[in-house]
Design a protein around this ligand. Sequence first.
Ligand SMILES: C[S@@+](CC[C@H](N)C(=O)[O-])C[C@H]1O[C@@H](n2cnc3c(N)ncnc32)[C@H](O)[C@@H]1O
Length: 313
Amino acid sequence: MPKNRRTSRGKSRISSNFSAQHLLINKQLSKDMIDMAKITPNDTVIDIGAGKGAITFPLAKRAARVIAVENDPVFAEKLLDKMQGVANIRMNRQDFLQFNLPKSPFSVVANIPFSITTPILGKLLDDPAVPLQRAVLIMEKGAAKRFTSVRITNPRILKWRMWFDLRLVRTVSPDHFSPPPKVESAIVTIFRKQSPLVPLHAHARFMALATYILQQPQAPVFAALQGIFTPSQIKHVVKALRLERNQAVSSLNEQQWGELFHSMLRYVDPSRWPKVPKKKMPKIPRAKAPKMPKPKMPKISKPRMLKNPKQKK
Ligand SMILES: C[S@@+](CC[C@H](N)C(=O)[O-])C[C@H]1O[C@@H](n2cnc3c(N)ncnc32)[C@H](O)[C@@H]1O
């Protein structure tokens, strides 16, 4: 891709990490990612940020349906040209964050735009009812490490990991892309767990617990649990989860978080459960009342005093 080219809208775009257009030039890597995602001829697969189709076309050979999402009009046009005769690719020329995800099971294989990594993962993982099965994503190595670290300090990432296994599988050097990004990349696999650690319908309640407890990730377990569990319940939980009273709460593993949540449901009075924040309703602008002309009040003249005929002058 040229370093500085004009988009169809005439604006100049300079290649950088922020333009997020580091195209994959290693064909074997695309195939490896499709293998990692265990794509079968029955699968529907989304390629987020399809670019010129480095992943889209090899995917189309393996999956039943490929949905390519690309918001750059120049790339989208090129992809449409190349797609002639490939019946199982559907092209969506739009921002992935505005794209309506399928209602039936789907997977994702993609070299995603780094600048929107967290919003992409949020869209795929925040609501466990979204029927994502497997994803294999290239992302910035720093982000990959944050999402997959053993020590979990972020309640949102912790929540994702109650339903999905996230693994950093390998790092990818910048020479596999054109233009090469300034940072190292990594491949992350995301597989839906066979048995989720928390029931899907309880995701908001789990998030409330994780947010409350991880306010101070370095706090010792006994202190972090205090606002919710009573001292005797804490004693019981520490023993049942094989914890140390003084270990940092961020050192709990996924399994222990699942068990902690179930202990809260089982032993703690619901009045002590952390509150689930109410869903923010979108603001509906109030219809402006049409301006009415001020009613003209008839002038009321002062009542004239009738002269009392008997009144003395
Ligand atoms: C890292 S490139 C990957 C391109 C291609 N998949 C490849 O591997 O060669 C990311 C792609 O995402 C596209 N993109 C950036 N933001 C996007 C968005 N919000 N929605 C959809 N596509 C986006 C870019 O135009 C670019 O083509």
